[in-house]
Design a protein around this ligand. Structure first.
Ligand code: 13P
Ligand code: 13P
Ligand code: MG
Ligand code: MG
Ligand code: MG
Ligand code: MG
Length: 363
């Protein structure tokens, strides 16, 4: 059966500050999606959170960019925003950048990762969700999963993966896209995706054109033209068979790497893999978090989730991320902890420069 898996998310209000989601908001989302399932729009759904971001995981047969599914997700975020407003949660409706829905949720603030595929005999998927970081944060792990044999031994020893994968890369500044074929073009690919802020990996495909991974790439700052919080992206990855094994898909997160985000969206910090219950960015509003929820799909039913990063084998990664957090925090307001000027989400530079203009003398 042709199935669509949609993950649509938004920050509709934080509890307390930007650190968590309120259970009443999750409950409201559950009620709305239960109705959508009852009406037949959705086959199944799972509501969860990553930090202050509300996550709607949905299966249906309406295809990607379905106006019906997107509108229902938008209405759910609006209803949850009303709950957040009643509780006076922080930044109620933060990611809803427009007042009225207009056909597709893309460009309106919420992030979306979707894929349509023929459900296999067994269809394991992992959904990654992050808080306090930008779209593009999946570039390094997607590269490792689908192109790095030191991470994914299947690229070397599995006959159905040995030919490699295609990476669809977006230029978010110029609204262009390009596809790279790996392993032949990994050096060309890395020139671009090594700059994840500008060139996020949108999707990965097998060489025969099967969708393997899909990520959200919306840039809130571009959409809003001002700081409205971080993108806090999501990513869907299919596993096993012609795709990497579940363990190969999870492995990149055992080595925390630095991402943009953290306090006021303006710092580099380590991404820490955690279980859902620990997705509570706290220290300096962080460090950035990533959760991984695993499902087996059965005729569209979401059998799961398995909360992968709650596992003890990620204890060391958390410890390392905490060490990296201390190292970065020691720099205080200095680069390379603070982002360079042109990438900062907000800055007082124009006001301070204007105030001091007459005091600047030629040297
Ligand atoms: P099992 O024998 O437990 O199914 O493991 C197979 C495998 O390929 C693990 O990566
Ligand atoms: P969020 O995007 O998670 O709301 O983060 C905003 C922020 O500024 C944290 O300091
Ligand atoms: Mg927030
Ligand atoms: Mg957030
Ligand atoms: Mg955000
Ligand atoms: Mg087995």
């Amino acid at each position: 059966m042709k199935l669509t898996l949609s993950v649509i998310k938004a920050d509709i209000g934080g509890y307390v500050g930007h650190s968590d989601s309120h259970p009443e908001c999750l409950c409201e989302a559950d009620n709305k999606l239960a109705k959508a399932k009852e009406s037949g729009l959705l086959i199944d759904y799972h509501v969860t959170k990553c930090g202050d971001d509300l996550q709607l995981i949905m299966t249906h047969q309406k295809g990607e960019n379905s106006p019906d599914v997107h509108e229902m997700a938008w209405d759910t975020f609006v209803a949850c925003t009303n709950v957040a407003k009643r509780l006076k949660l922080y930044g109620a409706g933060q990611d809803l950048l427009t007042d009225a829905f207009s056909g597709n949720i893309k460009g309106m603030g919420p992030g979306a990762a979707e894929m349509e595929f023929e459900e296999r005999t067994s269809e394991p998927v992992v959904i990654f969700m992050a808080d306090k970081t930008s779209s593009g944060a999946w570039n390094m792990p997607l590269y490792k999963m689908f192109a790095d044999p030191f991470n994914t031994i299947g690229l070397v020893i599995a006959e159905n993966m040995h030919q490699g994968f295609n990476f669809e890369v977006h230029d978010v500044k110029e609204s262009k896209k390009i596809t790279f074929s790996t392993p032949e073009e990994i050096y060309d690919l890395l020139v671009f995706i090594g700059a994840p802020n500008r060139y996020p990996v949108k999707a990965v495909y097998t060489k025969s054109g099967e969708i393997a991974a899909s990520s959200s790439t919306q840039k809130l700052a571009f959409l809003a033209g001002r700081y409205v919080g971080k993108d806090d992206p999501v990513c869907i990855v299919r596993c096993q068979g012609a795709f990497p094994a579940v363990g190969e898909v999870l492995e990149p997160f055992a080595q925390p790497y630095l991402v943009e985000g953290w306090m006021r969206g303006s710092h580099w910090g380590p991404i820490m893999p955690v279980g859902v219950a620990d997705s509570l960015p706290t220290r300096f509003d962080g460090p950035p978090r990533v959760i991984a929820q695993g499902f087996q799909l059965s005729q569209g039913r979401l059998v799961g989730p398995r909360d992968f990063f709650a596992d003890v084998s990620y204890d060391k990664a958390r410890e390392k991320a905490n060490e990296m957090a201390y190292m970065m925090r020691k720099h205080g307001p200095f680069e390379p902890h603070r982002l360079p000027l042109d990438e900062m989400e907000y800055t007082t530079m124009p006001q301070v420069s204007r105030k001091l203009e007459s005091r600047f003398k030629p040297i």
